[in-house]
Design a protein around this ligand. Structure first.
Ligand code: GUN
Length: 285
């Protein structure tokens, strides 16, 4: 029987820390961090994420600015908004919810966001900083996973860590953060041969594949820490992770549920990054 890693509990603690620091800053300096969230079009999943980000801003005492643009927004229009937000001193963090409609080149948008306001840590400058371990901002989802691993008390240094998935948002930065903590890291992906033989070696297994119930019991070592980054919507409308929870849970020492595992952490880390951005822009760090 695995211990459950409660992402709600850990994320609440992170947000509470951010809230307390925000209140102190507001008392001392008379201003609060501001996060601008831009959503283009009507993707229902994006709508839910954006609403949750706004709610989290309220919880921690930030100002939030929402820009909901129509599906047919042009790249030029979105770039113009990003430039306006870059220049606005009340906006400390800018987040353009991905994916954007196909007429917009997401790379061009990410490049246009001021690296100092890039609270997603998607800008090439911030990605480069992650590579060399000199972070301004931590990538939100991988940073949230690190908090969850630390919550278990399991030491990362020297351990075999396997990440399934090589996306720019999760897999690659996840591997870097584990490496910075001296894990022995392997990244697996759709072309990996005999995937189960690799994942079975993992003391710490992070699944970021985007396929429901992809990780089965035969892929997991007895006593592993299993972190499920997946958020797959099943036909019946239910959320489901990348890990077959019922099968894997008896084998793992620690496991994250979906929902209530990594998901809430991503937003908590976004709040932390926005606070960092505010402090840096105001010369407080
Ligand atoms: N879409 C899915 N996850 C994310 C995220 O972390 N940030 C942004 N901007 N878009 C996303």
């Amino acid at each position: 029987m695995a211990n459950l890693i409660d992402g709600k509990q850990v994320s609440t603690a992170v947000k509470e820390q951010v809230r307390q620091e925000t209140e102190k800053l507001a008392e001392t300096y008379g201003k609060r961090p501001g996060l601008a969230v831009v959503i283009v079009g009507n993707n229902p999943a994006s709508r839910v994420y954006v609403n949750n980000k706004k709610k989290a801003c309220e919880t921690v005492g930030f100002q939030s600015f929402e820009y909901a643009l129509p599906e047919d927004t042009t790249q030029e229009e979105l770039l113009e908004l990003v430039q306006t937000l870059n220049a606005d001193p009340s906006v400390n963090g800018i987040l353009v919810q991905l994916p954007v409609p196909e007429q917009i080149d997401d790379k061009a948008i990410i490049n246009a966001i001021s690296s100092e306001k890039d609270v997603d840590a998607f800008h090439p400058e911030n990605v480069g900083r992650i590579m060399i371990g000199d972070y301004a901002f931590l990538p939100c989802t991988p940073a949230g996973v690190m908090e969850l691993i630390d919550f278990t008390g399991v030491e990362i240094s020297g351990k075999k860590c396997v990440v399934i998935g090589r996306s720019n948002i999760v897999g690659k930065p996840m591997a870097m953060l584990l490496l910075h903590r001296s894990g022995t890291v392997t990244i697996c992906h759709s072309r990996t041969q005999d995937l189960a033989s690799v994942t079975r070696q993992a003391d710490i297994l992070v699944a970021a594949v985007g396929k429901a119930n992809f990780v089965t019991a035969d892929m997991v070592k007895e006593g592993a820490v299993v972190i499920d980054v997946g958020m797959n919507r099943l036909e019946n409308g239910k959320l489901c992770g990348d890990v077959n929870f019922a099968e894997v849970e008896p084998k793992a020492s620690w496991i994250t549920p979906v929902p209530g595992g990594v998901g809430p952490m991503t937003i908590a880390m976004l709040m932390k990054n926005t606070l960092t951005a505010f402090k840096k822009q105001n010369g407080l760090v």
